[in-house]
Write a protein that binds this ligand. Structure first.
Ligand code: V07
Length: 257
């Protein structure tokens, strides 16, 4: 049937979320999606709420998007929860943030187990409060045999530090004669915190900031980027679906031979 608005179009874009999900699943779904979840503080400010209210609302969105990613057949979802630079924030805010992993897992871990999700973490564990680390390690252990989506939390993560640490380990292994003189990309990747993961296919950053902020600098070399003005607590299933539709559109245009 011809479209009245655009007669050259023979088919309208499917409209309901359900139809869009089915359409996405009939094509190549990005296997690893990474998200910089920005704009929680601004969301709170707009509502005259304390910044922590924005972080708390943002936490609920992580759960919603995890569910959808799993449903779509995404293999890995990496979310930037806390950067090595975030320690510079006011102590009260940092203390609140460090309680979020426990709250998130206390509420959603049974559901994640039910959905066959495997929880992982990348970042420097040493600086994390014991209570935070304990909750995350329990979740990782409880879900280690799950075969569905990998939900990878970047927690006290910084990419330059990760790369430098890898370089120093390479130097040590080289001195000890464990590895060859020349280092390939593949070997170097095996020294990073993401050694078990594929590189991301799609990076999403919310809140209108167009930069990487020390996030996965090595791993994002060939990744498609999708930016939105939407603040993370307002990020919906429709926005996530839109990002994947744009990704699939780019694949169709450039993906040929
Ligand atoms: C945090 C909520 C999401 C928006 C970004 C900043 C605030 C979930 C976690 C989490 C981390 C590890 C884990 C389980 C859950 C989290 C922090 C901040 C520090 F095993 N959300 N979220 N951690 N925010």
């Amino acid at each position: 049937m011809l479209n009245k608005i655009n007669p050259w179009k023979t088919q309208n874009k499917p409209s309901s979320l359900h139809e869009r999900i089915d359409q996405i699943k009939s094509q190549e779904v990005p296997s690893h999606i990474a998200i910089i979840m920005d704009g929680n503080g601004r969301w709170a400010k707009k509502r005259s709420l304390p910044r922590i209210a924005g972080h708390h609302e943002g936490m609920k969105v992580v759960r919603k998007i995890t569910k959808l990613a799993n449903q779509l057949g995404v293999k890995t979802l990496t979310v930037y929860a806390f950067s090595t630079e975030n320690w510079k924030r006011p102590k009260r805010e940092v203390d609140f943030l460090m309680k979020l992993p426990e709250e998130f897992l206390g509420t959603f871990l049974p559901e994640l187990i039910e959905e066959n999700v495997s929880v992982k973490m990348m970042g420097y564990k040493d600086k994390l409060p014991a209570h935070t680390l304990k909750a995350v390690e329990k979740a990782m252990d409880d879900t280690k045999d799950n075969t569905g989506l990998i939900l990878n939390f970047a927690l006290n993560y910084g990419s330059r530090a990760e790369i430098l640490e890898a370089v120093n380990k390479v130097l040590t292994d080289s001195k000890n004669g464990i590895i060859e003189e020349t280092i390939s990309e593949e070997l170097f990747s095996s020294y990073l915190m993401t050694s078990e993961l594929k590189d991301p296919d799609l990076l999403i950053r919310t809140s209108g900031e167009i930069r990487l902020s020390n996030f996965m600098l090595w791993q994002l070399a060939y990744t498609e980027f999708w930016f939105t003005e939407v603040l993370w607590p307002d990020f919906s299933e429709e926005h996530f679906v839109e990002a994947i539709e744009v990704f699939q559109g780019r694949q169709r245009r450039f993906g040929g031979v």
